[in-house]
Design a binder for this molecule. Structure first.
Ligand SMILES: Nc1nc2c(ncn2[C@@H]2O[C@H](COP(=O)(O)OP(=O)(O)OP(=O)(O)O)[C@@H](O)[C@H]2O)c(=O)[nH]1
Ligand SMILES: [Mg+2]
Length: 257
């Protein structure tokens, strides 16, 4: 059985750095792991990737051949992954690894919200797959940012429909009190709403009851964020523990808690 983790998150949230650190961590505890780069736009991949989508898709060439600007070329390149999914799958199968870490394209919306992402995840992975959704601490330090990222995660979850773990990325850059505050919002939607109300000085345009009911529903489907540093490796052991629980069917595999 091969276990998959798709690492997803907003641009610059640390997907590639987590793939690098987590791959090395898992290797050090003697697990048979490979990494797949699915980002056609990346210049340098810091991990020695076993499988690289750039072997099939040349972003610069797409830009020239189709006379596209950098963003449109990225859209086209990401869409093109769908046409190589069986080549990629064959390479993954040939490795016969226990764990496959998949680093997804930098601009999350290209992968998650266009057709390709769900097709790729569906075609590549086994039934033992999970999403690792990175929460960028700089987008989620204040309550409104945290809520926005939660909703983004919810929409990603709707697209992929596989179990989801939240990782609070770059934890080494946060003060302990920041981490504690964000974790407390993860534990209690009431605390999050109160913080939001304080921040908006009572001028919240949506009623707290409405927001609370939506967020409570989101919380039933999501684990708390796990603070992880790709620099110090703090939290990688906890991340692996939580993934193992998902892979072994112990935790909200599909949508149960
Ligand atoms: N201090 C610190 N910096 C980090 C950590 N993880 C990533 N970074 C930095 O954050 C920046 C973005 O990291 P990447 O891993 O490239 O993020 P990404 O999500 O792959 O970025 P794109 O694929 O371009 O969207 C880099 O400068 C990293 O060095 C971390 O845990 N701690
Ligand atoms: Mg990246």
């Amino acid at each position: 059985m091969t276990y998959f983790a798709f690492i997803i998150g907003t641009a610059g949230s640390g997907k590639t750095a987590l793939t690098t650190a987590f791959r090395e961590y898992l290797q050090q505890i003697d697990l048979d792991v490979i990494a797949v780069n699915l980002d056609p736009g990346v210049r340098v991949v810091p991990y020695s990737t076993e499988i690289d989508v750039r072997d099939w898709i040349d972003y610069e060439k797409v830009m020239l051949d189709y006379e596209l600007g950098p963003n449109a070329a990225l859209v086209a390149s990401t869409d093109l992954i769908g046409t190589h999914v069986f080549d990629i799958k064959k390479e993954i199968d040939d490795f016969n690894a226990d764990i496959v870490l998949v680093d997804t394209p930098g601009q999350m919306e290209l992968f998650a919200f266009r057709e390709t992402g769900p097709i790729i995840v569906n075609d590549l992975s086994s039934e033992k797959s999970a999403l690792i959704f990175l929460i960028d601490p700089f987008l989620s330090k204040d309550p409104s940012g945290y809520i926005s990222v939660l909703f983004l995660s919810l929409s990603v979850q709707c697209r992929f429909n596989i179990p989801n773990l939240h990782v609070l990325s770059k934890s080494d850059l946060l003060l302990d009190e920041d981490i504690d505050r964000i974790i407390s919002w993860g534990e209690s939607p009431e605390l999050l709403i109160t913080a939001l109300e304080e921040g908006t000085k009572g001028l919240l345009r949506i009623t707290s009851e409405e927001l609370l009911s939506v967020i409570e529903n989101v919380y039933t489907a999501y684990a708390q964020p796990i603070p992880v540093s790709n620099k110090t490796w703090e939290g990688l052991d906890i991340l692996y523990g939580e993934l193992s629980r998902i892979w072994s069917g112990g935790m909200n595999y599909i949508t149960d808690e």
